[in-house]
Each structure stands twice: as C-alpha cells, then as structure tokens.
Design a protein around this ligand. Sequence first.
Ligand code: PMP
Length: 305
Amino acid sequence: MCARQIINVLQSNDINYMKIFLNNQLVNSEDAKVSVFDHGLLYGDGIFEGIRLYDGCIFKLEEHLIRLEQSAKAIMLEIPMDRSALREAVCKTCRANNLKDGYIRLLVTRGVGNLGLSIKNCHQPQIIIIADKIQLYPSEYYEKGLKIITVPTRRNNSAALPPTIKSLNYLNNILAKIEAQNLGYQEAIMLNDQGFVAECTGDNIFLLKEGTLYTPRIAAGSLKGITRQVVLDIADALNIPVQEEDITRYDTWVADELFLTGTAAEIVPIVEVDARSIGEGTPGTVTAQFLKAFKKKVSKDGVML
Ligand code: PMP
C-alpha cells in the first residue's frame, strides 16, 4: 500500500474525512452543509433509504431504489436523477470512501423553500448520500437475544401518514423508542389503531408458531421491509409456510420464536416480550437458520461496486 492509499484508508475511518454526495458532487463532510430553509429539516419533508454494503456488494440496491421512487411518488416529490444515475452515485460514494462493508444513507429532501408548508416554493429537491462504516448492533443481541416491550404510542394510521412511505419524519417511531428506552428496553412493538401488531420502531417483526412463520400484513401499518421480503424468500426456500395476517400481543407472548428484521439489524432474535419469555427464553433454532441463510445471501444479491 502506498502512502497515499494509507492516508485514504485512515481518512475514510474519520467522519471529518468522509466524502458526501451532495448537489450532484462529492464533497468533504465538513463542506457538506444544507440550508436551514430545506423542508427536509423544517418539516421532515423528504424520503430516505438505509442500505447495506457487504464485501463490495450493495445488497438489494435495486429494491431500495424502487422503494425510494415509490416513497417519492407518494409524497409527490420528483427525484432529480433517474434510477441508473442514482445507482452510479451510490456506488461512487462508497468507492470514494474506500468502503467494502458499510451502511449507506440515501436521502432526498424537498429542498429549500420558505417558512410555509407549501411545496410550491421548493424548486430543487436535494439528494444526499452518506456512506459510512456500519455500526453493528452489539453481538450480545444475536447471542442472547433481545428483550422488548409493547409501548403505548400507536403506529401512524395509514389514512394520516402511510407507514409504507419511508419518509424523513420518524417522530412516531422516535416517541415509541423513547418510551421503550425510558423503561430500560432497546426496542419496542408498536400496535396499530386496531390494537394489532404493526412493527417495531425501526424493524419488521416475525413469529414462529407450530412450524408456521407469521408476520403482520403491510396494511397493518408496517414498512414493506427489504429484509422482510428476504426473510419471506428464505422461508419459501426452506419450505416453511408463511401467513401474513393480523397478529395480537397475545400471539407474540405465546410464540415459539420471535425475531425482528431490518437492514441494519439483519435478523435479531427476541427472547422476551412484555416480561413473557419466548420459547425457552433463548434465541430460537429456526431463527438461527434464517440468520444463516440471510448471511449467505448478502454479498451475492445486489450491485457490485
Ligand atoms: N420498519 C421501519 C419503521 C423501518 O424504519 C425499517 C428500516 N429500518 C424497517 C421496518 C425494516 O426495513 P428494511 O428491511 O427495508 O430495512
């Protein structure tokens, strides 16, 4: 490795030396500044994706870009780049930061406007791409499993703000997270208006009961998780029957196994819900099978840098 390459590696480990994609170009992180009049900041008016890079492969990039486009359509935001240009910008940002494994945050904000809510004054949506080393969840989450709790804050009603839109406005989930953390838990189950399980604050949820895999319907108020779909595909490959249906708190308490899924979390076993032990109170064997199958897929199923 030459001196320049060593400096590049050292610099890429430091947030001050990260390259950020902003306004169609790569800039140093200290120069990556957004206006205080951007409606993404003023109102959470924008959309985003969290994406993983595994061994030089951007896992499920196409699926993330499609979901981004659908979120954009839902909030009537025109992304000022087509899919192939976005794909290239994401790859370029990873390469500029010398990453082989990492986490990518792709945002599109409504852009600069005035202090009113109207989107009519926002003429230039802004694309931001941050690619950084992944902050992995503590290994004990996977080894010992996670204890979670149901919180009072309900998931957004679809008629108010569809949870299928991956918007920059996460206050609903943040309030739920605060409630969980105030009670000493790291994650929480959020119910929908009808009292059925919707999802966790930043992850989808699955349970196993008598050999069948259950997960809430998307219409119950869940994000259409990319990892959720990967798990459904794995279930298919493992010949495990799947039911997408309404799930109650009771169903979670009496589940044989339970786990949550998300791009950052991957597959995390849950060993306790609302002070009830799940199964033997240790990570389940089928959950371990899913995690193993998931790990096999990650560096193969995506876009290579
Ligand atoms: N639900 C919510 C609310 C989320 O924010 C996320 C993403 N962190 C998920 C579910 C999981 O989705 P994905 O598998 O696409 O990361």
